[in-house]
Design a protein around this ligand. Structure first.
Ligand SMILES: Nc1ncnc2c1ncn2[C@@H]1O[C@H](COP(=O)(O)OP(=O)(O)OP(=O)(O)O)[C@@H](O)[C@H]1O
Ligand SMILES: [Mg+2]
Length: 176
């Protein structure tokens, strides 16, 4: 459902994502929906975690909380450390500049359906780089990104309708 892609570093810092007693609510006319309640976990460098639970138990809201994009919702309390930095204490600007889409990315639920049918995979990946002001080598970076999700470079000239569901999902992970 989601992916946190935080730079791995070669120094000794082992912990790269810590979530502690996180509470996120949606504030509605009928009151607070306690979507995330007292969630804590700790990931070390190189580890990954899968979170399973019944529909509506708050998995997406947990991901949205970590990337601080919670439409209609609010983090009520808790702590999130990403690569040692307390991200809930950063201003929106600082978080954008240092963390969001730089060190932490999210693949939204159903994101593979948001690929544009009229553009090739290459074009859509290059649009992401352009959007974020990337200044390196587009071709090398894009080839590296698709290889990193286990796809071959020939996928780059294809259109979304030529890909399987899993391949589309990998493309959006490569974008993240
Ligand atoms: N914008 C919103 N306003 C009010 N309540 C919301 C909003 N978004 C989600 N919720 C509620 O928050 C709870 C958690 O929703 P969330 O989307 O995080 O669940 P989920 O575990 O990702 O479910 P699924 O497995 O179906 O994707 C649900 O009760 C949902 O109705
Ligand atoms: Mg969900």
């Amino acid at each position: 459902m989601f992916l946190f892609d935080i730079d791995t570093r070669s120094d000794h810092m082992a912990q790269f994502l810590l979530v502690e007693d996180l509470n996120t609510h949606y504030i509605t006319e009928k009151g607070h929906v306690h979507a995330v309640e007292n969630v804590s976990f700790n990931l070390e460098n190189g580890e990954s975690i899968g979170i399973a639970g019944e529909s509506a138990c708050g998995k997406s809201t947990l991901g949205l909380s970590i990337i601080r994009i919670i439409p209609g919702g609010k983090i009520i309390s808790g702590k999130i450390l990403a690569d040692g930095e307390s991200i809930l204490e950063l201003s929106e600007e600082e978080f954008d500049k240092k963390q969001r889409w730089k060190k932490i990315s999210m693949v939204f639920q159903g994101a593979m359906n948001s690929l544009d049918p009229v553009f090739t995979v290459y074009r859509q990946l290059s649009d992401v780089l352009k959007q974020h002001g990337f200044e390196g080598d587009y071709s090398d970076t894009i080839k590296w990104a698709v290889r990193s999700v286990g796809l071959k470079e020939d996928v780059l000239q294809k259109y979304p309708h030529e890909l399987s569901g899993g391949m589309k999902q990998r493309i959006v992970i490569a974008m993240a």
